[in-house]
Design a protein around this ligand. Structure first.
Ligand SMILES: Nc1ncnc2c1ncn2[C@@H]1O[C@H](COP(=O)(O)OP(=O)(O)O)[C@@H](O)[C@H]1O
Ligand SMILES: [Mg+2]
Length: 439
Protein backbone atom coordinates (compact mmCIF):
# COMPACT_ATOMS: atom_id res chain seq x y z
CA UNK A 1 0.00 0.00 0.00
CA UNK A 2 1.46 3.47 -0.82
CA UNK A 3 2.28 5.60 2.19
CA UNK A 4 -0.34 8.27 2.69
CA UNK A 5 -0.41 11.36 4.82
CA UNK A 6 -2.21 10.69 8.11
CA UNK A 7 -5.58 12.42 8.19
CA UNK A 8 -5.68 15.64 10.24
CA UNK A 9 -5.72 14.94 13.97
CA UNK A 10 -9.02 16.72 14.35
CA UNK A 11 -10.89 14.10 12.28
CA UNK A 12 -8.99 10.93 13.03
CA UNK A 13 -11.12 7.79 12.67
CA UNK A 14 -12.20 6.40 16.03
CA UNK A 15 -14.33 3.84 17.83
CA UNK A 16 -16.29 4.69 20.97
CA UNK A 17 -16.17 1.99 23.67
CA UNK A 18 -18.62 2.31 26.55
CA UNK A 19 -17.47 0.30 29.51
CA UNK A 20 -16.34 0.35 33.12
CA UNK A 21 -12.86 -0.46 34.37
CA UNK A 22 -13.83 -3.94 35.52
CA UNK A 23 -14.82 -4.86 31.95
CA UNK A 24 -11.98 -2.92 30.28
CA UNK A 25 -9.61 -4.97 32.43
CA UNK A 26 -11.03 -8.14 30.89
CA UNK A 27 -11.31 -6.91 27.31
CA UNK A 28 -8.01 -5.06 26.89
CA UNK A 29 -7.67 -6.91 23.63
CA UNK A 30 -10.58 -4.85 22.24
CA UNK A 31 -8.54 -1.70 22.80
CA UNK A 32 -5.45 -3.31 21.25
CA UNK A 33 -7.53 -4.40 18.27
CA UNK A 34 -8.90 -0.88 17.73
CA UNK A 35 -5.42 0.65 17.93
CA UNK A 36 -3.98 -1.98 15.57
CA UNK A 37 -6.44 -0.75 12.92
CA UNK A 38 -5.18 2.82 13.28
CA UNK A 39 -8.39 3.85 14.98
CA UNK A 40 -8.51 5.87 18.19
CA UNK A 41 -10.30 4.17 21.09
CA UNK A 42 -12.59 6.71 22.76
CA UNK A 43 -13.52 5.20 26.10
CA UNK A 44 -16.52 6.32 28.10
CA UNK A 45 -16.79 5.00 31.65
CA UNK A 46 -19.47 5.38 34.28
CA UNK A 47 -19.60 6.15 38.00
CA UNK A 48 -18.46 2.64 38.94
CA UNK A 49 -15.01 3.33 37.50
CA UNK A 50 -12.48 4.79 39.94
CA UNK A 51 -10.72 7.33 37.71
CA UNK A 52 -7.63 7.51 39.91
CA UNK A 53 -7.03 3.80 39.33
CA UNK A 54 -7.75 3.97 35.63
CA UNK A 55 -5.26 6.85 35.33
CA UNK A 56 -2.60 4.79 37.13
CA UNK A 57 -3.05 1.95 34.59
CA UNK A 58 -3.01 4.42 31.69
CA UNK A 59 0.26 5.90 32.98
CA UNK A 60 1.93 2.47 33.24
CA UNK A 61 3.61 1.72 29.89
CA UNK A 62 3.49 -2.02 30.65
CA UNK A 63 -0.31 -1.94 31.02
CA UNK A 64 -2.44 -2.40 27.88
CA UNK A 65 -4.72 0.43 29.03
CA UNK A 66 -1.75 2.77 28.46
CA UNK A 67 -2.98 2.69 24.86
CA UNK A 68 -5.85 4.92 25.95
CA UNK A 69 -5.52 8.62 25.38
CA UNK A 70 -9.16 9.67 25.46
CA UNK A 71 -11.34 8.77 28.43
CA UNK A 72 -14.52 10.45 29.67
CA UNK A 73 -16.35 9.57 32.87
CA UNK A 74 -20.08 10.18 33.06
CA UNK A 75 -22.04 10.47 36.32
CA UNK A 76 -24.78 8.16 34.99
CA UNK A 77 -25.51 6.17 31.85
CA UNK A 78 -28.67 8.00 30.75
CA UNK A 79 -28.82 8.58 26.99
CA UNK A 80 -28.84 12.37 27.42
CA UNK A 81 -25.90 12.33 29.81
CA UNK A 82 -23.82 10.21 27.46
CA UNK A 83 -24.73 12.22 24.34
CA UNK A 84 -23.76 15.47 26.06
CA UNK A 85 -20.49 13.90 27.21
CA UNK A 86 -19.42 12.67 23.74
CA UNK A 87 -20.30 15.78 21.74
CA UNK A 88 -16.68 16.95 21.41
CA UNK A 89 -15.56 13.50 20.28
CA UNK A 90 -18.27 13.49 17.63
CA UNK A 91 -17.01 16.86 16.37
CA UNK A 92 -13.29 16.11 16.59
CA UNK A 93 -13.18 12.50 15.39
CA UNK A 94 -14.71 10.55 12.59
CA UNK A 95 -16.56 8.03 14.77
CA UNK A 96 -16.78 4.72 12.89
CA UNK A 97 -18.29 2.47 15.54
CA UNK A 98 -19.83 2.32 19.01
CA UNK A 99 -19.14 -0.80 21.11
CA UNK A 100 -21.00 -1.58 24.29
CA UNK A 101 -19.12 -3.51 26.97
CA UNK A 102 -21.48 -3.21 29.88
CA UNK A 103 -25.18 -3.62 30.47
CA UNK A 104 -25.70 -0.06 31.74
CA UNK A 105 -24.38 1.35 28.46
CA UNK A 106 -26.52 -0.72 26.07
CA UNK A 107 -29.08 2.02 25.53
CA UNK A 108 -26.69 5.00 25.05
CA UNK A 109 -24.30 2.96 22.88
CA UNK A 110 -27.21 1.91 20.68
CA UNK A 111 -28.59 5.45 20.55
CA UNK A 112 -25.22 6.96 19.59
CA UNK A 113 -24.81 4.36 16.85
CA UNK A 114 -28.28 5.07 15.52
CA UNK A 115 -27.81 8.85 15.57
CA UNK A 116 -24.49 8.65 13.74
CA UNK A 117 -25.84 5.97 11.38
CA UNK A 118 -23.13 3.52 12.41
CA UNK A 119 -23.21 -0.26 12.12
CA UNK A 120 -24.33 -1.82 15.41
CA UNK A 121 -27.29 -3.46 17.11
CA UNK A 122 -29.57 -0.52 16.33
CA UNK A 123 -31.12 1.97 18.72
CA UNK A 124 -34.43 0.16 19.04
CA UNK A 125 -32.99 -3.33 19.58
CA UNK A 126 -30.61 -1.90 22.19
CA UNK A 127 -33.42 -0.16 24.01
CA UNK A 128 -35.59 -3.27 24.07
CA UNK A 129 -32.69 -5.38 25.33
CA UNK A 130 -32.00 -3.02 28.22
CA UNK A 131 -35.53 -3.21 29.63
CA UNK A 132 -36.93 -6.54 30.79
CA UNK A 133 -40.58 -5.45 30.46
CA UNK A 134 -40.01 -4.27 26.88
CA UNK A 135 -38.25 -7.56 26.12
CA UNK A 136 -41.06 -9.69 27.45
CA UNK A 137 -43.59 -7.59 25.52
CA UNK A 138 -41.72 -7.80 22.23
CA UNK A 139 -40.67 -11.42 22.67
CA UNK A 140 -43.75 -12.86 24.33
CA UNK A 141 -43.76 -16.01 22.20
CA UNK A 142 -40.20 -16.92 23.24
CA UNK A 143 -40.57 -16.59 27.01
CA UNK A 144 -42.43 -17.98 30.02
CA UNK A 145 -45.82 -16.73 31.24
CA UNK A 146 -45.25 -13.34 32.85
CA UNK A 147 -46.86 -10.25 34.29
CA UNK A 148 -45.35 -6.80 34.59
CA UNK A 149 -46.09 -4.71 37.65
CA UNK A 150 -45.66 -0.94 37.86
CA UNK A 151 -44.61 0.44 41.26
CA UNK A 152 -48.09 1.73 42.15
CA UNK A 153 -49.63 -1.71 41.47
CA UNK A 154 -47.25 -3.67 43.64
CA UNK A 155 -49.60 -4.33 46.54
CA UNK A 156 -52.08 -6.07 44.19
CA UNK A 157 -49.47 -7.99 42.17
CA UNK A 158 -50.08 -11.68 41.45
CA UNK A 159 -47.78 -13.97 39.47
CA UNK A 160 -49.20 -16.14 36.70
CA UNK A 161 -48.58 -19.21 38.91
CA UNK A 162 -46.40 -20.55 41.73
CA UNK A 163 -43.53 -21.22 41.92
CA UNK A 164 -42.68 -17.88 40.35
CA UNK A 165 -39.63 -15.75 39.75
CA UNK A 166 -39.62 -12.09 40.85
CA UNK A 167 -37.36 -9.84 38.86
CA UNK A 168 -36.77 -6.07 38.78
CA UNK A 169 -37.03 -4.76 35.21
CA UNK A 170 -33.87 -2.70 34.95
CA UNK A 171 -31.15 -4.51 36.86
CA UNK A 172 -28.44 -7.04 35.96
CA UNK A 173 -26.09 -9.59 37.63
CA UNK A 174 -29.17 -11.57 38.86
CA UNK A 175 -29.60 -8.70 41.35
CA UNK A 176 -33.00 -8.88 43.04
CA UNK A 177 -34.03 -12.02 41.10
CA UNK A 178 -35.50 -14.68 43.39
CA UNK A 179 -37.84 -17.62 43.46
CA UNK A 180 -41.08 -17.28 45.42
CA UNK A 181 -43.32 -20.21 46.33
CA UNK A 182 -46.26 -18.44 47.93
CA UNK A 183 -47.91 -15.06 48.51
CA UNK A 184 -45.95 -14.43 51.71
CA UNK A 185 -42.60 -14.84 49.94
CA UNK A 186 -43.90 -12.71 47.05
CA UNK A 187 -44.79 -9.77 49.35
CA UNK A 188 -41.43 -10.03 51.13
CA UNK A 189 -39.57 -10.05 47.80
CA UNK A 190 -41.52 -7.09 46.41
CA UNK A 191 -40.75 -5.12 49.57
CA UNK A 192 -37.02 -5.25 48.72
CA UNK A 193 -37.24 -3.12 45.58
CA UNK A 194 -36.85 0.62 45.17
CA UNK A 195 -40.02 2.75 44.92
CA UNK A 196 -39.52 3.38 41.19
CA UNK A 197 -38.71 -0.12 40.01
CA UNK A 198 -41.11 -1.98 37.76
CA UNK A 199 -41.06 -5.70 38.41
CA UNK A 200 -41.69 -8.87 36.43
CA UNK A 201 -43.45 -11.85 37.96
CA UNK A 202 -42.76 -14.93 35.87
CA UNK A 203 -43.56 -18.57 35.78
CA UNK A 204 -40.51 -20.46 37.10
CA UNK A 205 -39.11 -22.32 34.10
CA UNK A 206 -37.52 -25.63 35.09
CA UNK A 207 -34.63 -27.06 33.13
CA UNK A 208 -30.93 -26.50 32.47
CA UNK A 209 -29.80 -23.03 31.48
CA UNK A 210 -27.64 -21.92 28.57
CA UNK A 211 -26.45 -18.77 26.95
CA UNK A 212 -26.18 -18.39 23.21
CA UNK A 213 -23.51 -16.00 22.00
CA UNK A 214 -23.99 -14.81 18.43
CA UNK A 215 -22.02 -12.76 15.91
CA UNK A 216 -24.51 -10.88 13.78
CA UNK A 217 -23.94 -8.96 10.56
CA UNK A 218 -26.72 -7.06 8.84
CA UNK A 219 -29.30 -9.20 10.67
CA UNK A 220 -27.67 -12.52 9.73
CA UNK A 221 -26.23 -14.75 12.43
CA UNK A 222 -22.74 -15.54 11.10
CA UNK A 223 -21.74 -17.68 14.07
CA UNK A 224 -23.38 -18.82 17.28
CA UNK A 225 -22.15 -20.87 20.19
CA UNK A 226 -23.96 -22.43 23.14
CA UNK A 227 -22.58 -22.07 26.66
CA UNK A 228 -23.84 -24.13 29.60
CA UNK A 229 -24.55 -22.01 32.66
CA UNK A 230 -24.30 -23.21 36.25
CA UNK A 231 -26.14 -21.28 38.98
CA UNK A 232 -26.47 -21.66 42.75
CA UNK A 233 -30.26 -22.09 42.54
CA UNK A 234 -30.14 -25.59 44.10
CA UNK A 235 -28.88 -24.10 47.34
CA UNK A 236 -31.56 -21.43 47.83
CA UNK A 237 -33.89 -18.94 46.15
CA UNK A 238 -31.29 -17.02 44.16
CA UNK A 239 -29.88 -17.55 40.68
CA UNK A 240 -26.29 -16.37 40.85
CA UNK A 241 -24.16 -17.56 37.92
CA UNK A 242 -21.46 -19.85 39.32
CA UNK A 243 -20.00 -21.27 36.12
CA UNK A 244 -19.91 -21.49 32.34
CA UNK A 245 -18.83 -24.26 29.96
CA UNK A 246 -18.12 -23.48 26.28
CA UNK A 247 -19.33 -25.27 24.22
CA UNK A 248 -22.15 -26.74 26.35
CA UNK A 249 -21.58 -30.48 26.79
CA UNK A 250 -24.08 -33.28 26.27
CA UNK A 251 -26.67 -31.57 24.06
CA UNK A 252 -28.46 -33.57 21.39
CA UNK A 253 -28.55 -32.16 17.87
CA UNK A 254 -32.26 -31.38 18.39
CA UNK A 255 -31.54 -29.45 21.61
CA UNK A 256 -28.76 -27.47 19.92
CA UNK A 257 -31.10 -26.67 17.06
CA UNK A 258 -33.84 -25.58 19.48
CA UNK A 259 -31.45 -23.14 21.19
CA UNK A 260 -29.82 -21.72 18.07
CA UNK A 261 -33.07 -21.32 16.17
CA UNK A 262 -34.84 -19.69 19.14
CA UNK A 263 -31.88 -17.32 19.44
CA UNK A 264 -31.99 -16.42 15.76
CA UNK A 265 -35.76 -15.88 16.07
CA UNK A 266 -35.30 -13.55 19.04
CA UNK A 267 -32.68 -11.48 17.21
CA UNK A 268 -34.83 -11.20 14.10
CA UNK A 269 -37.87 -10.22 16.12
CA UNK A 270 -36.12 -7.28 17.79
CA UNK A 271 -34.44 -6.31 14.52
CA UNK A 272 -30.90 -6.58 15.81
CA UNK A 273 -28.51 -5.55 13.02
CA UNK A 274 -24.82 -6.01 13.88
CA UNK A 275 -22.68 -7.03 16.79
CA UNK A 276 -22.17 -9.69 19.41
CA UNK A 277 -25.17 -10.77 21.44
CA UNK A 278 -25.65 -12.86 24.56
CA UNK A 279 -29.06 -14.44 25.17
CA UNK A 280 -30.03 -16.74 28.02
CA UNK A 281 -32.46 -19.65 27.71
CA UNK A 282 -33.67 -22.62 29.71
CA UNK A 283 -34.32 -25.88 27.93
CA UNK A 284 -37.67 -27.05 29.18
CA UNK A 285 -38.89 -30.37 27.73
CA UNK A 286 -36.96 -29.70 24.54
CA UNK A 287 -38.15 -26.12 24.12
CA UNK A 288 -35.80 -23.15 24.49
CA UNK A 289 -37.47 -20.61 26.80
CA UNK A 290 -35.96 -17.12 26.79
CA UNK A 291 -34.69 -15.70 30.07
CA UNK A 292 -33.28 -12.53 28.52
CA UNK A 293 -31.25 -11.19 25.61
CA UNK A 294 -28.37 -8.72 25.83
CA UNK A 295 -27.07 -6.53 22.97
CA UNK A 296 -23.47 -6.51 24.18
CA UNK A 297 -20.48 -8.68 24.94
CA UNK A 298 -21.18 -11.60 27.28
CA UNK A 299 -20.05 -11.23 30.89
CA UNK A 300 -17.71 -13.21 33.15
CA UNK A 301 -14.97 -15.09 31.27
CA UNK A 302 -17.19 -16.13 28.34
CA UNK A 303 -15.21 -14.39 25.58
CA UNK A 304 -11.99 -15.91 27.00
CA UNK A 305 -13.66 -19.35 27.13
CA UNK A 306 -14.57 -19.14 23.45
CA UNK A 307 -11.01 -18.05 22.74
CA UNK A 308 -9.66 -21.13 24.56
CA UNK A 309 -12.23 -23.41 22.91
CA UNK A 310 -11.73 -22.20 19.35
CA UNK A 311 -8.13 -21.00 19.44
CA UNK A 312 -9.20 -17.55 18.17
CA UNK A 313 -9.84 -14.36 20.14
CA UNK A 314 -13.33 -12.88 19.73
CA UNK A 315 -12.25 -9.26 19.84
CA UNK A 316 -11.22 -8.97 16.16
CA UNK A 317 -14.66 -10.28 15.15
CA UNK A 318 -16.37 -7.89 17.58
CA UNK A 319 -14.52 -4.91 16.10
CA UNK A 320 -15.22 -6.12 12.55
CA UNK A 321 -18.94 -6.17 13.30
CA UNK A 322 -18.81 -2.76 14.99
CA UNK A 323 -17.34 -1.42 11.75
CA UNK A 324 -19.92 -3.22 9.60
CA UNK A 325 -17.42 -5.76 8.25
CA UNK A 326 -18.67 -9.29 7.61
CA UNK A 327 -16.48 -11.44 9.83
CA UNK A 328 -15.60 -15.07 10.55
CA UNK A 329 -15.14 -17.03 13.72
CA UNK A 330 -14.12 -20.71 13.97
CA UNK A 331 -15.93 -23.64 15.57
CA UNK A 332 -14.61 -24.99 18.89
CA UNK A 333 -12.03 -27.78 18.95
CA UNK A 334 -11.64 -27.81 22.74
CA UNK A 335 -13.90 -27.24 25.75
CA UNK A 336 -13.32 -24.46 28.29
CA UNK A 337 -14.89 -23.62 31.62
CA UNK A 338 -15.04 -21.01 34.33
CA UNK A 339 -16.14 -22.05 37.80
CA UNK A 340 -16.65 -19.80 40.83
CA UNK A 341 -15.68 -20.95 44.29
CA UNK A 342 -18.03 -21.12 47.23
CA UNK A 343 -16.81 -18.90 50.02
CA UNK A 344 -17.56 -18.37 53.67
CA UNK A 345 -18.70 -15.07 55.15
CA UNK A 346 -15.72 -13.04 56.24
CA UNK A 347 -13.09 -10.53 55.23
CA UNK A 348 -11.05 -11.62 52.23
CA UNK A 349 -7.36 -12.12 52.93
CA UNK A 350 -4.87 -14.06 50.82
CA UNK A 351 -5.79 -16.46 48.02
CA UNK A 352 -3.50 -19.42 47.38
CA UNK A 353 -3.46 -21.93 44.57
CA UNK A 354 -1.62 -25.24 44.58
CA UNK A 355 -2.13 -25.57 40.81
CA UNK A 356 1.28 -25.85 39.24
CA UNK A 357 2.01 -23.02 36.83
CA UNK A 358 -1.21 -21.11 37.52
CA UNK A 359 -0.72 -17.99 39.58
CA UNK A 360 -3.47 -16.04 41.29
CA UNK A 361 -4.60 -12.92 39.37
CA UNK A 362 -6.08 -10.03 41.36
CA UNK A 363 -7.98 -8.62 38.40
CA UNK A 364 -9.70 -5.77 40.21
CA UNK A 365 -6.54 -4.51 41.89
CA UNK A 366 -4.43 -4.81 38.73
CA UNK A 367 -7.13 -3.74 36.23
CA UNK A 368 -6.00 -6.63 34.08
CA UNK A 369 -6.87 -10.23 33.27
CA UNK A 370 -4.11 -12.73 32.49
CA UNK A 371 -3.50 -13.15 28.76
CA UNK A 372 -5.23 -16.12 27.13
CA UNK A 373 -2.76 -18.68 25.73
CA UNK A 374 -4.36 -21.36 23.57
CA UNK A 375 -3.44 -25.07 23.52
CA UNK A 376 -3.68 -27.77 20.84
CA UNK A 377 -7.06 -29.50 20.60
CA UNK A 378 -5.78 -32.70 22.20
CA UNK A 379 -3.49 -31.13 24.81
CA UNK A 380 -4.20 -32.37 28.36
CA UNK A 381 -6.63 -30.54 30.65
CA UNK A 382 -5.17 -27.49 32.37
CA UNK A 383 -6.27 -24.70 34.62
CA UNK A 384 -5.23 -21.48 32.90
CA UNK A 385 -6.21 -18.85 35.46
CA UNK A 386 -7.25 -18.27 39.06
CA UNK A 387 -9.10 -14.98 39.16
CA UNK A 388 -9.92 -12.90 42.21
CA UNK A 389 -12.68 -10.43 41.37
CA UNK A 390 -12.64 -8.74 44.79
CA UNK A 391 -9.91 -7.10 46.84
CA UNK A 392 -8.14 -8.09 49.98
CA UNK A 393 -10.13 -6.55 52.85
CA UNK A 394 -13.51 -6.81 51.06
CA UNK A 395 -16.30 -8.41 53.03
CA UNK A 396 -17.52 -11.64 51.43
CA UNK A 397 -21.14 -12.49 52.14
CA UNK A 398 -23.82 -14.77 50.70
CA UNK A 399 -23.52 -15.09 46.91
CA UNK A 400 -26.98 -13.64 46.20
CA UNK A 401 -25.89 -11.95 42.95
CA UNK A 402 -22.87 -11.80 40.65
CA UNK A 403 -21.31 -8.88 42.50
CA UNK A 404 -21.06 -11.01 45.66
CA UNK A 405 -18.81 -13.65 44.05
CA UNK A 406 -15.09 -13.70 44.74
CA UNK A 407 -12.75 -16.31 43.23
CA UNK A 408 -13.02 -18.37 40.05
CA UNK A 409 -10.90 -20.74 38.01
CA UNK A 410 -10.66 -20.92 34.22
CA UNK A 411 -9.33 -23.84 32.23
CA UNK A 412 -9.69 -25.96 29.14
CA UNK A 413 -9.47 -29.59 28.01
CA UNK A 414 -10.16 -31.79 25.00
CA UNK A 415 -13.81 -31.85 23.89
CA UNK A 416 -14.32 -35.31 25.42
CA UNK A 417 -13.36 -34.18 28.97
CA UNK A 418 -15.83 -33.60 31.82
CA UNK A 419 -15.41 -29.88 32.52
CA UNK A 420 -17.74 -29.95 35.54
CA UNK A 421 -15.46 -32.47 37.23
CA UNK A 422 -12.33 -30.58 36.17
CA UNK A 423 -13.77 -27.29 37.41
CA UNK A 424 -14.46 -28.87 40.80
CA UNK A 425 -10.92 -30.25 40.91
CA UNK A 426 -9.34 -26.88 40.02
CA UNK A 427 -11.48 -24.97 42.46
CA UNK A 428 -10.59 -27.41 45.26
CA UNK A 429 -6.91 -26.52 44.72
CA UNK A 430 -7.61 -22.88 45.61
CA UNK A 431 -7.70 -21.70 49.22
CA UNK A 432 -9.58 -18.52 50.04
CA UNK A 433 -8.07 -17.01 53.19
CA UNK A 434 -9.86 -14.70 55.62
CA UNK A 435 -8.54 -12.11 57.97
CA UNK A 436 -9.84 -10.50 61.09
CA UNK A 437 -12.02 -7.48 60.36
CA UNK A 438 -10.45 -4.20 61.49
CA UNK A 439 -12.66 -2.17 63.81
N1 LIG B 1 -38.78 -17.20 34.63
C1 LIG B 1 -37.67 -17.76 35.09
N2 LIG B 1 -37.62 -19.10 35.33
C2 LIG B 1 -36.50 -19.68 35.82
N3 LIG B 1 -35.37 -19.00 36.10
C3 LIG B 1 -35.35 -17.68 35.86
C4 LIG B 1 -36.48 -16.99 35.33
N4 LIG B 1 -36.15 -15.69 35.19
C5 LIG B 1 -34.87 -15.57 35.60
N5 LIG B 1 -34.39 -16.77 36.02
C6 LIG B 1 -33.05 -17.05 36.55
O1 LIG B 1 -32.51 -15.85 37.06
C7 LIG B 1 -31.32 -15.49 36.34
C8 LIG B 1 -31.24 -13.98 36.25
O2 LIG B 1 -32.35 -13.48 35.53
P1 LIG B 1 -32.17 -12.58 34.24
O3 LIG B 1 -33.49 -12.35 33.65
O4 LIG B 1 -31.13 -13.21 33.38
O5 LIG B 1 -31.65 -11.22 34.87
P2 LIG B 1 -30.21 -10.55 35.01
O6 LIG B 1 -30.27 -9.37 34.09
O7 LIG B 1 -30.11 -10.14 36.43
O8 LIG B 1 -29.18 -11.56 34.58
C9 LIG B 1 -31.45 -16.21 35.02
O9 LIG B 1 -30.19 -16.42 34.41
C10 LIG B 1 -32.11 -17.51 35.45
O10 LIG B 1 -31.15 -18.39 36.04
MG1 LIG C 1 -29.18 -12.66 32.86
Amino acid sequence: MPATEPPPVSRRPAVVVMSDLVVLARQTRLIEEIVSRNLVPLVLVGPDTPMDRLRVHMADPAHPLSLLTEVIRVPDAAVDTVLCAVQDWVREYEVKGSVCCGEVFVDPAGALGELLRLPGPGGWASRVCRDKVMQRTALNAFGPRWRAVAPAERSRAEPPCYPAVVKPAGRMYSSGVCRVDDAGQLRAALGQFGPEESVLLEELVEGPEFSVEALVHDGDVLWSGITAKRTNEDGGRFFTEMGHICPAPGLTAAEEAALTSANAGVLTKIGLRDGITHAEFRLSRGTAVLMEVAARLPGDAITALWHLATGAPMEPAIIDLALGVKTRYPQPTRRAAQRYADHESGVLGEVHSTLEGTGVSWIKRDGLWPATEVADADAPPRCTAVLVARESGDFLGAQVDSGARSVSVVGDAPLSADLDALGREWVSAVRVGYRTASR
